[in-house]
Design a protein. Structure first.
Length: 774
């Protein structure tokens, strides 16, 4: 094509596109205008309403008592009905069903002086009645579309059941598997965690917060809750600003950027000030630097706990929390009982009470509650939409995609749909553990156990036999602590050898043994920290006895955290990590074990070789004394005498029933200037005999910086599906934006210099190439 022709065509295209661009611009302008108009409407409405409110009524809006259905502490609230009528309640936490919510809403709307509707919140963490895998499991899918869909379904079901506010997503980065709540987050990585944070907010809030099938998101726990010292829940955190801004804060910010309507402050202290009283965190970072304009709520009794943190008495700490930026007080009633007195004594300002009240009213306005306070109370919807066929189908798919195949020697898996399978272990015949932690609305009695699910899916093709094999934990008291909230595991009080012996007898006559072992669901989650994160000794004894039969053994591992599996990795031929997979877990596990679904999950948290390595994570710093290439011990280098620095399973790791081979990385050039980019591409081929999904991971390393930089950082990934023999070329456009970090002045910059790009199937199994930013 000659240049003139190209020019004419280009001009024609521009002329043609102009009206479209103009229309789009006008549309955007209209949207922006509509937004401002809406804000003007909202402000006028709230000004008017607040003009009519007494101080007591304003303080009442800041109160979030419990409805008592599912709580994590002793419910301190009484006389809910009287308080609602007196205008002393802004919202109710943990009260569900259209009927109960309607009744409670009526108290506010028909009987309180100003008829201000209530908001209704609960922990909707990984599904509502249809439960998806625990968040750590869901993150192992690396599938943002899927994750968003699960949150959309959770919101659809919860809003059909009367709720309009979800205390979710939990976006705390954690690198300490002793901490039980690592199960509730998305693992150790900042970039992946940020993407998931945004996907969850989009799923929960949908396009329209005022629609009757969306929930207001409440990202949590702001901030750094996942960095609790010693992995002990609620413990102190202490961190440099450098680490905070680069590694821990981005997922919270991602939730703000995705438009989350609210945030929950964390229990821990930060730099000596508990988050609930931390003005810097709420006002400088959240409101100031990030421009968050939503609602700030405490965690459960967060204000009262400031007394135990040692900040003063209830009146003093309530005043301090308000002044620091808290808008709403969950459960503790510190605000309700002390703020008026503090105002009279000049210890808080009217302006702070007004600010907090306005934030609560704004949330209600945005949810559309002033227009229709009963919009989430449609019993017909609840019947039709909760646990619908489509929701269950997605739960089964999400569960199967979350499983991580950790080992598969000699293609032990998939199993044949024939012969006899001995399903042994304390986690084989319990349905109530399947949903995992934070599944307060699960129908525990009707959730299938693995045994029931296998029998249903396999029908008569496979003879499934079962034996308990051993107790979950030999210490009965420990087992009691580990099976709370109705999560039952059968217990057998006969001598251990007898129970194991019985299982070995049954297993010896089978073709293959599936051992369902690991943690019960309440061994991870809130207040479930562990110092020994291996499989309990009695379960390992069972495993050893089963291996001695000489039959192939598959370990189906239930866990809410990375476990220490060094012995199992050495001795057991196949290990499938199934987390806690939710309502349809039993069927999904069967799908994967018997090859109807090819596993594709990849770990989002490192599995250590032993607990002494913790915290261990892939994006660590190099140190001034790194190990030499290929070494595992060198004197006067950063390492241990007794174990190598390597993890047992690295971040990004997970096997498939097929094999993928990676070509070499191609770069469009080897250096670029800011404003320009480099295109990296790599070809991945399915060299095995089964169709499968692979998660292709791109990492960079900044080799020289004004501050120390991690040895690898995830920057991009793609999940692809390949048929046997099929290849796909994946490209990634690297820009200076991908290379930015917070320097020690907390400026977000990309520094020119040498970089490495790594591409591969895990954070360890990678190809590499050098490039530089000019
Ligand atoms: C947890 C929060 C939760 C709240 C309400 C607290 O104990 O830390 O994550 O949202 O309880 O259930």
């Amino acid at each position: 094509m000659n240049m003139n022709k190209l020019l004419i065509l280009t001009i024609a295209a521009i002329v043609q596109a102009a009206p479209m661009a103009l229309a789009q611009r006008n549309k955007n302008k209209n949207l922006a205008l509509q937004k401002t108009e809406k804000a003007v409407d909202m402000n006028a409405f709230i000004d008017d309403l607040m003009g009519k409110m007494t101080v007591e009524e304003k303080i009442g809006q800041l109160n979030l008592p419990t409805g008592g259905e599912a709580t994590t502490g002793s419910a301190v609230n009484s006389d809910l009905e009287a308080k609602i009528k007196a205008g002393q309640v802004g919202g109710v936490f943990s009260l569900t069903t259209p009927e109960r919510v309607r009744k409670t809403q009526e108290l506010a709307v028909n009987h309180s002086r100003l008829k201000i509707p209530l908001i209704f919140g609960q922990d909707v963490i990984h599904g509502y009645k249809t439960l998806f895998p625990i968040p750590l499991g869901l993150s192992a899918t690396w599938d943002m579309e899927l994750i968003e869909k699960t949150a959309r379904i959770a919101a659809t079901e919860a809003s059909a059941d009367g709720l309009n506010w979800a205390f979710s997503p939990m976006v705390d980065i954690s690198r300490d598997p002793r901490w039980g709540r690592i199960s509730e987050g998305s693992g150790e990585d900042t970039y992946l965690g940020s993407l998931i944070s945004a996907a969850m907010v989009r799923g929960l809030q949908g396009h329209d917060l005022a629609a009757n099938n969306t929930l207001m998101a409440c990202f949590k726990h702001f901030a750094l809750y996942g960095a609790a010292e010693s992995g002990r829940d609620y413990n102190t955190t202490d961190m440099s600003l450098h680490r905070m801004y680069n590694e821990y804060l981005p997922p919270y910010k991602a939730a703000v950027d995705a438009g989350a309507g609210s945030v929950m402050m964390s229990f821990n202290d930060i730099n000596g000030t508990p988050a609930t009283a931390n003005k810097w965190l709420m006002q400088d970072v959240l409101r100031g630097q990030w421009g968050f304009d939503g609602l700030i709520v405490t965690d459960y009794t967060g204000i009262n706990e400031l007394v135990d943190h040692g900040l003063g008495n209830l009146q003093e700490v309530s005043a301090r929390a308000l002044e620091a930026g808290i808008d709403m007080d969950m459960v503790g009633e510190g605000f309700l009982t002390t703020l008026k007195k503090s105002l009279d004594e000049g210890k808080v300002t009217q302006a702070d009470i007004d600010r907090a009240c306005r934030k609560v009213l704004e949330a209600k306005y945005k949810l559309g509650l002033f227009q229709d306070p009963y919009k989430y109370c449609d019993e017909g919807r609840a019947k039709k939409e909760i646990l619908s066929k489509e929701h269950l189908a997605l739960a089964r798919q999400a569960a199967a995609e979350s499983f991580v195949l950790l080992k598969n020697e000699n293609n032990t898996l998939p199993l044949k749909k024939a012969g006899t399978v001995a399903l042994i272990g304390p986690l084989a015949n319990t349905g109530s553990n399947m949903p995992g932690t934070w599944s307060v609305n699960a129908d525990l009695e009707n959730t299938q156990s693995l045994l029931a699910g296998m029998k249903e899916v396999l029908g008569t093709s496979v003879n499934v036999v079962h034996s308990l094999g051993t107790n979950l934990l030999s210490d009965a008291k420990y087992q009691e602590r580990a099976t709370m909230f109705g999560r039952e595991i059968p217990r057998d009080n006969r001598p251990e050898e007898e129970i194991i012996g019985e299982a070995v007898n049954i297993a010896s006559n089978a073709d293959v043994i599936v051992a369902a072992l690991g943690e019960a669901s309440e061994m991870s989650g809130e207040s479930s920290s562990r110092t020994d994160i291996s499989i309990p000794e009695n379960q390992r004894n069972l495993l050893e006895a089963l291996l001695k039969t000489g039959k192939p053994v598959v370990l189906v591992l239930f866990t809410g955290r990375p476990l220490v599996l060094t012995w199992e990795q050495e001795h057991v031929p196949a290990i499938l990590n199934v987390w806690f997979g939710g309502t349809e877990a039993a069927k999904a596990i069967t799908d994967v074990l018997f090859g109807d679904v090819n596993p594709s999950g990849k770990l989002t948290a490192t599995f250590p070789q032993n607990v002494g390595q913790v915290p261990i994570y892939y994006s660590h710093k190099n140190t001034g004394r790194p190990l030499g290439e290929g070494q595992w011990f060198q004197k006067f280098r950063s390492n241990y005498l007794d174990v190598s620095n390597e993890p047992l399973y690295p971040f990004g790791y997970g096997l498939s029933y097929t094999n993928f081979s990676y070509g070499d990385i191609q770069l469009s050039k080897d250096s670029f200037a800011a404003g320009d980019s480099i295109t990296a591409s790599i070809t991945v081929t399915n060299t095995g005999s089964k169709e499968g999904k692979e998660i292709v991971q791109f990492y960079t390393r900044d080799l020289v910086g004004s501050v120390t930089r991690p040895v690898k950082e995830l920057k991009h990934f793609e999940k692809i599906s390949l048929k046997p023999g099929e290849s796909k070329t994946i490209t990634f456009n690297i820009t200076a934006e991908h290379l930015k970090f917070y320097n020690n002045e907390l400026q977000y910059v990309a520094e020119p210099g040498a970089f490495k790009l790594f591409v591969g199937s895990s954070s360890q199994d990678v190809k590499e190439k050098d490039f530089s930013l000019l």
